[in-house]
Write a protein that binds this ligand. Structure first.
Ligand code: MRU
Length: 330
């Protein structure tokens, strides 16, 4: 396998390395994934995460297995297990299908993702005005893709165009992808930001301190409903109430052609321990007793709460989404 490198995934001397996102921001350690089980473990534990990135990481693992000359049966079984490692992010299934059924290489998917991110960045940046304060949720940057990201890629592009902007970063309980990862990326990019707890966006909006919200997506139904990190639905309602433009940003690989509406999206349920405490490079803390826990990893926002979706092929407005126009771009 040829060498390749992005912020959180690299191929070196035929080996696949993932930046261990569970340990960020305090430790930057790379994990070597030599077999399918390593990749599945990394995906399940969010050592590698973000819908586009897990798809491409799984594709590289399949590429490695092919290069090792494993049997067709073993390849099929590995693809099946990888597919099941996280159920909501459809980019994972799409990337595996494109490798297995269409014979596309992981390198082509990676290059495509870089290009898609650049295109989303260009379309989305046009929506950002000088002086905007933007709320974002979870992590949607170079740690979640192999390119510059989706929502965060839009913000980065607008910043590079010289627009003065400031980002409010939702910390994103329970796994703190905002507090640990988006802060880490924005710091590296030199983009001004303020970290907030998830329950603070409402007050900021009431005070008129938020001009726009940009988030990512893990699966988009044909009617424009979309799943994203838990907490996104709440933000979408806050935006409606306070009349703040609300956009999701995603490549075409996040559209599920089989899924007609949000209710059909399977939502991943995760370990109660993630809500009962925290776990990171600092160790493990549990603050609650062994309580009952509800821990869905994602929620679904209806298309009617969106101002629009920023795709690589352009921005679709709420009206276009409600008129079923996604289908004409597939
Ligand atoms: O559970 P995660 O950290 O993988 O969730 C990630 C998100 O919800 C992102 O918004 C989504 O994958 C799109 S990122 C380009």
């Amino acid at each position: 396998m040829e060498n390749f490198s992005s912020l959180a995934l690299k191929i070196e001397n035929g080996q696949i390395y993932l930046l261990d996102q569970q340990l960020l921001p305090h430790k930057e350690e790379w994990i070597n994934c030599t077999k399918c089980e390593d990749m599945i473990f990394a995906i399940k534990h969010l050592k590698v995460r973000g819908a586009p990135l897990i798809g491409i990481a799984a594709a590289f693992l399949l590429e490695k297995l092919k290069e090792q000359g494993v049997s067709e049966k073993e390849l099929e079984e590995s693809a099946k297990k990888l597919r099941q490692s996280r159920p909501t992010a459809v980019n994972l299934m799409n990337a595996i299908d494109r490798v297995m059924k269409d014979g596309i290489s992981a390198y082509d998917l990676a290059q495509e993702d870089i290009d898609l991110c650049l295109r989303m960045g260009k379309h989305g940046a046009e929506l950002i005005e000088d002086g905007d304060n933007i709320v974002t949720h979870c992590n949607t940057g170079g740690l979640a893709t192999v390119g510059r990201g989706t929502a965060l890629g839009v913000i980065q592009t607008a910043w590079e165009q010289g627009k003065k902007l400031h980002v409010y970063v939702d910390e994103t309980r329970p796994l703190l992808q905002g507090g640990r990862l988006t802060t880490w990326e924005l710091q590296k990019l030199g983009i001004p930001y303020t970290l907030i707890c998830d329950n603070m966006a409402a007050t900021l909006m009431k005070e008129g301190k938020v001009q726009k919200v940009f988030v990512g997506a893990d699966r988009i139904a044909l009617n424009g409903d979309f799943a994203n990190k838990i907490g996104t639905y709440g933000l979408s309602i806050l935006c409606q109430y306070h009349n703040v433009p609300f956009y999701t940003v995603a490549p075409f690989t996040t559209i599920d052609k089989e899924c007609l509406k949000g209710e059909d999206i399977e939502i991943e349920q995760r370990d109660p321990k993630e809500v009962q405490g925290v776990n990171g490079s600092f160790g493990q803390i549990q603050w609650s007793p062994d309580s009952n826990v509800y821990n869905p990893a994602f929620d679904v926002s209806p298309a009617k709460n969106l101002t629009g979706i920023v795709f690589d092929f352009g921005v679709l407005s709420k009206q276009q989404l409600l008129n079923d126009e996604i289908k004409s771009f597939l």
